[in-house]
Design a protein around this ligand. Structure first.
Ligand SMILES: [Fe+2]
Length: 172
């Protein structure tokens, strides 16, 4: 796949129900995300379904991190995924227009290593979801190779993709 397809998959939530029916869609809400832009970079927050358990609790007494997935797009080609029990650093290195090397590093604090079950569960979910994204992105790349479309129009749920491509155009 082209490296931009890899990045785009992290920046919108409406494909989760279809692409990630058995993985992410079980733990996050359908098409619900919070987006913020920081210059060319961005942050997308996916609330996990378990955030509902915090309803009625004193939010000054707890941290939101276990109930949220934070996706930082570090422009242009890196993603920092801050998950409940680990942090994943993903870097997309373009090899040619349709081939990308993904470097995926999983990081955990020493105290998290005392709960390898939670850590393994966290990492396994992310990896399973990413494999689904890779399959879809490769399929999109194959469609692009047909040259049937000269351009694509992003939809209302794809605002951060528009932000990404505007930043890329400005930089180039
Ligand atoms: Fe995805």
């Amino acid at each position: 796949m082209n490296w931009k397809l890899f990045i785009e998959g992290f920046l919108e939530a409406y494909h989760l129900r279809v692409t990630h029916r058995k993985t992410f869609a079980r733990v996050v809400f359908d098409n619900l995300a919070l987006h913020d832009a920081y210059g060319p970079h961005s942050r997308t927050i996916y609330p996990l379904r378990k955030v509902e358990q915090l309803a009625g609790t004193d939010l000054t007494e707890c941290t939101a991190r276990p109930s949220l997935s934070f996706i930082y797009h570090v422009f242009p080609n890196s993603i920092l995924a801050v998950e409940p029990h680990h942090v994943a650093m993903l870097t997309a290195v373009p090899l040619d227009v349709a081939t990308t090397r993904i470097r995926h590093v999983a990081l955990a604090t020493p105290e998290k290593l005392h709960r390898p079950d939670l850590l393994d569960q966290d990492v396994a979910l992310l990896k399973a979801g990413l494999l689904e994204d890779y399959a879809i992105a490769e399929s999109i790349q194959a469609g692009l190779a047909s040259d049937a479309n000269q351009h694509f129009t992003f939809g209302l749920f794809e605002g951060m993709l528009t932000h990404f491509h505007r930043a890329l155009a400005d930089t180039l």
